[in-house]
Write a protein that binds this ligand. Sequence first.
Ligand code: GAP
Length: 476
Amino acid sequence: MQQVTLDTIVSLAKRRGFVFQSSEIYGGLNGCWDYGPLGVELLRNLKDAWWKAMTYRDDIEGVDAAILMHPRVWEASGHVANFTDPMIDNKTSKARYRADNLIEDYIAKLEKNGKTERATAVAERLAAAREPEDFYQIIVDEEIGDPVGGTKDWTPVRYFNLMFKTFVGPVEDTNSVVYLRPETAQGIFVNFRNVLDSARQKVPFGIAQIGKAFRNEINTKYFLFRTREFEQMEMQYFIKPGTHTEQFAYWREQRHQWFLDLGMSPDMIRFKPHDKLAHYADAAVDIEFKFPFGWGEIEGIHSRTNFDLSRHEEYSGKKLEFVDTVTRDRFVPYVIETSIGASRSFMAFLCHAYNVETVGATADGGEDAERTVLKFHPKLAPVKAAVLPLVKKDGMPEFADKMYRDLQKSFNVQYDESGAVGRRYRRQDEIGTPFCMTIDGESLQDNTVTIRERDTMQQIRVSTDKVKEYILKAML
Ligand code: GAP
């Protein structure tokens, strides 16, 4: 794994069809991205890996809740009142910022310039800031200028709710307001009773969901990192109060291991405990990835007490408790939540996979001395194998085509017969295809092919009836 710039990733993503700007022909829509032919495969594989790890077990069920929910859900969850960010505008440049981000960037600059003591003092003030005026006063006291034009003529700070509002039905009045969900978690909480009754589960058990979430972020940032439309993969694990410390530790390790099992280097991820806990949480830790722009959160593991279920009991008037039929214990379960962004971790795995290597021009028939290679775990790779006839004659294309069609029944595979074989290897390297199957004269004699492995560039000869098994084994 080597460090790469974000521009390189964005341009590779576009060039090879991983990610495009949304509505690009109209100039794009800020904070929204489209997944191209390879991106959609990578994203699906990532979601599949999560889904299998999280729900193919006895104690976790899956759901897929509607994006639009009853508006009372968001009053109960606290999002109507509290899901806000402090916003500030510069009067000269008209640029709009999250006030806390503006101060954080300023602190980073102080640290970079060796002004550690001052940075710590400002960071302490920021951690204590609650009211809009608190943020404003830091900006004024520190004489923080506009990153665009440098001027210091700021508007007051206001809190801005990040939920997108829309209306159900033809009348656009306050009675028909609904929100695009800002997290998938609430679709799980409101289905707690339904799943408990229908799936015959007992506490402890979990409910998992993958789906779109929407946040009207003040500033979108860093490609897929902070967008206005994104996907989350969330799991709420319902437990007996008093067991939350051990369950939190368990899920923290499980989730860390998931990244390692998908080939993530241990030095590229780390735990970061939260400095400030939400009022309902009694423990929270992030898993961060070392992005090209620095460490950034990709997943949060939160011990949320019984806050959500209790609030939904209160607001809906429905009992959301668990009754243990053996001990007759009756309680509103506590919850450990694991919440990962599918889009954000997609970007982490893409950055992680990127490598540029110097290789011998003749090492594996390649013509270039340098190759770009995406070292995805075979489970995540958008294309699992490429089938390449060595030359376009002597029955090789026909043989290769048959093999390609057979493999296509099980995997996303490509067929490529154009150009020197070394060039074709390089094309596959750049999209992260783990295996290239080359058909040569010998193949027609003895029904074997060479399998060229992406990372080592080693080639082995394998009987054609073993090829599928070979790929499957690598995907375990
Ligand atoms: N239910 C808890 C919850 O939503 P969060 O920390 O706000 O917690 C969880 O979000 C994850 O969702 C984050 O770790 C991140 O991966 C992803 N996420 C949040 N906001 C995002 C955004 N604007 N763009 C992309 N991903 C986002």
